[in-house]
Ligand binder design. Sequence first.
Ligand code: ATP
Length: 435
Amino acid sequence: MTDNLMEKIVSLAKRRGFIFQSSEAYGGLSNTWDYGPFGVELKNNLKAAWWKANVYERNDILGMDAAILMHPEVWRASGHVDNFFDLKSDCKTCKKRFKTADLKDNKKCPQCGGELTEGRPFNLMFKTYQGPVEDAANIVYLRPETAQGMFVNFTNILDARHPKLPFGLAQIGKAFRNEITPGNFTFRTREFEQMEIEYFVRPEEADKNLEEWIKTRFDWYINLGIKTENLRKRPHGKEELAHYASACTDIEYNFPFGWSELEGIANRTDFDLKQHAKQSGKDFQYFDDAAKQRFYPYIIEPSGGVDRSVLAFLVDAYHEEKVKDDIRVVLKLHRDLAPTKVAVLPLLRNRPEIVELAQKICGELKKNMVTVYDDTGSIGKLYRRQDEVGTLFCVTVDVQSMEDKQVTVRERDSMQQERISVDKVKDYLSEKINK
Ligand code: ATP
């Protein structure tokens, strides 16, 4: 099954309305993707689960939503103007461009065997102009990470909310990088969404906090259903650390194209706050009331990608099962992530009383959980369709329901069916879905 798993995921994503190629009508914009009706639900559910675990269920993290455009000095202070480069090499024959790091010791073009240029630095930040005059004074950047919006608001947060160390800020938002080699579907794109926490700690506690966050974030993926054997931690070697980090561990997922990063958890030290203090001339220190001391906290940063996580959860949830002589495709997504919780299906769509009851039940359920109504096929087909998009329960209204006032509730993974009375079905499903 793993042979062409990525092809199956890309095909299902398109066929069922999870993810489409951007601007497809115009031939598509390469490596850019749009989320369709199920995709947006899955993505929103993933972000909500992250926000719940990190903001609502903790007492030490506050939410934020900073602008994408920031003062250009921010990116000078952060080091992105000077250091956010990849080296690129071009093939002199076929003109294909490569990230030099991907070539390892290969001196010839992997595509055509032609001669390659030396690695040349290429800044990954997208540039544009603010206002009508396109000159150097008006250059602004699309942020390459959401983190800086939290660092530059550090003193605003201290003044507004008076949090005590350790505390964190959390943010979900778009980031942009002019990647040299995007690809692997939504894994590496130039426009993507990040979920980032900046956790401010006493410098002497940074190592301990880094370890705690690595565990917390690893467990989050497992608790949402990622199979343990498909997730691992990979500490960075010194030579691969970003310019601001003293240590970093990646959480990697076993994608069909190999183990790849889902999230990085870094110790950014006091680099960013000190840099902003230097560049802006403002005070970015923390004042410890008890010790009457002013100092720069260290920052532990769990930084994950929304799109990469969505892809990992899709891949991990994809199952093909033999049912009698048929293959059933089912997305076994965690109940919190499943785009649709319930589908209500009338067994016979030409019987008005059945349709009427099914629609009534659907209307009631919709008030509490994401529920859809579907009567556009035979029951077998309707079940398969819901399985493919990960719907947790199907509620079927049949002839018998008219007499005993009961419906059949089918659970996605076990396919087990239970008869539940119409007036209890909402409570029954609420309990299962919200547990
Ligand atoms: P990579 O080494 O894969 O380029 P990175 O180490 O540069 O990633 P970070 O700067 O640590 O990535 O960004 C944090 C997270 O943001 C990543 O773990 C990933 O989930 C997400 N991310 C970064 N770049 C991209 C991208 N081009 N497309 C999709 N997600 C991305």
